[in-house]
Design a protein around this ligand. Structure first.
Ligand code: FAD
Length: 405
């Protein structure tokens, strides 16, 4: 059996599901395929290892498409302060400096995904296939088809790859990437601390890599420890007691006492950028299009902006009676996002290089830079607005404007 769709989105992670919700109640009939069903949420569950610092722009997108409520009713932690320091330079940003209630929110990835999948059930024009594996993809410029392992063949004018950094859809369409592994891995730890819930996220730069603290709800936190792949491999293999001892020794005193180690996992880090975000009949969004160093927590934030931009372009094209699979339309999306994302990736690279360098002059310069940032109100506001995703060419959903109706 074959079912026809205007769009088939492959990958119902945070980005693919956001795109689907953004097209809810539009004139398109949409299929969203996700191979793994996220586990149901219970407030007594321990926090997941995978969490994200969502920018204000990301929260606005989720609010505008009606999914934020599903996050609020589960669990999240706002942060109002953001502290960055090195050996001698230091600065702390505070949300009241720009009259905002928060600089962002730390949320478990699964909670964002669950909130989006709940919201999808309100839209009659969207079919969710989950859990469902794709058995094969036949990309064609005019009409592609996706074979489901247990289900119909889906035929579509526009295929969307939202299937993450190792995107099989991108590969099936022969779309290339430029990529490079960072000489750093990240060890992510969920811990319980002696302090109660905190409203600060901090990052200390050390010669071996940054160490970061992200507050979670209650007395919990997510720690990220960047170091060489070998050192992260060694740390990850330690017993709980030995790892706790290593943490206390390496992390700054403001972490306080860690009362329990809840979970750990490590991630290789790679910079990857698709050479193009679109070809006739296909577009890439989120990690399928770009992977960036997570040190400033921007990966999913720029992915949600991709989803919001693509939805806006497709709705506008449909209103003009244009073919949504045409390269003319899809290039509009690419123009909105690729350069913006490249700028963000380049900025993260610069941080990685400048703060990972032990050269004396660079050390002096960055300590001076951090010290200076502490005393320049205008520069501080600009940095904060960037971190909150409020600068640049924002799609309408990120400004709180509806795109349908
Ligand atoms: C250590 C670390 C910390 C991070 N911290 C942050 C942060 O604080 N803030 C931030 O903005 N970003 C952060 N990121 C980045 C962020 O996690 C990613 O950018 C984000 O998860 C990308 O979302 P996505 O939906 O594009 O891809 P993914 O999350 O990879 O989702 C892809 C989805 O597609 C599904 N899928 C794959 N193949 C198929 C198939 N064939 N058929 C059906 N379904 C399929 C998968 O099951 C998955 O659900 C961090 C990354 C790392 C490694």
């Amino acid at each position: 059996m074959t079912k026809d769709y205007d769009l088939v989105i492959i990958g119902g992670g945070m980005v693919g599901a956001t795109l689907a919700c953004s097209l809810g109640n539009s004139d398109f009939n949409v299929a969203l395929i996700e191979e793994l069903r996220p586990g149901a949420f219970s407030p007594v569950q321990p926090h997941d290892l995978r969490v994200s610092a969502l920018s204000i722009a990301s929260c606005t997108i989720l609010k505008t498409i009606g999914a934020w409520k599903g996050v609020l009713t589960r669990r999240l932690c706002p942060f109002r302060r953001m502290r960055v320091w090195e050996a001698r330079g230091e600065t702390e940003f505070r949300s009241e400096e720009i009259n905002e209630a928060a600089l962002g929110y730390i949320v478990e990835n699964r909670i964002v995904q669950l909130a989006l999948l709940d919201r999808l059930s309100d839209f009659p024009n969207i079919d969710l296939f989950c859990p469902q594996k794709t058995g094969g993809i036949d990309y064609a410029r005019e009409r592609s088809s996706v074979r489901l392992e247990q289900g119909p063949v889906l035929s579509t004018r526009l295929l969307i790859a939202a299937d993450g950094g190792q995107s099989k859809i991108r590969q099936a369409a022969g779309m290339g990437v430029s990529s490079r592994d960072y000489e750093q891995h990240a060890l992510v730890l969920t811990v319980e601390t002696a302090y109660g819930q905190q409203d600060i996220t901090w990052q200390r730069f050390t010669p071996t890599g940054p160490q970061a603290f992200l507050p979670l709800s209650g007395p919990h936190a997510s720690l990220v420890w960047y170091n060489t792949p070998e050192e992260i491999g060694r740390l990850r293999a330690l017993s709980d007691a030995a790892l706790l001892e290593a943490l206390v020794k390496a992390f700054p005193g403001c972490l306080g006492e860690i009362t329990r180690l809840i979970a750990r996992g490590s991630f290789p880090l790679r910079r990857q950028h698709a050479l193009a975000y679109a070809k006739p009949g296909i577009a890439l969004v989120g990690d399928a299009a770009h992977m960036i160093h997570p040190l400033a927590g921007q990966g999913v934030n720029i992915g949600l902006l991709d989803a919001a931009a693509l939805a806006q372009v497709l709705i506008a094209a449909d209103n003009r009676r244009q073919d949504i699979g045409s390269i003319k339309v899809l290039r509009e999306y690419e123009r909105m996002r690729r350069t913006e994302n490249l700028v963000m990736m380049t900025a993260m690279d610069a941080f990685y290089r400048v703060f990972g360098n032990t050269h004396g002059a660079l050390k002096l310069a960055r300590n001076f830079g951090l010290g200076l940032a502490e005393h320049l109100p205008l520069a501080r506001k600009i940095v904060m607005r960037h971190a909150m995703g409020l600068e640049g060419n924002l799609p309408r959903l990120a400004r709180g404007e509806a795109i349908i109706g």
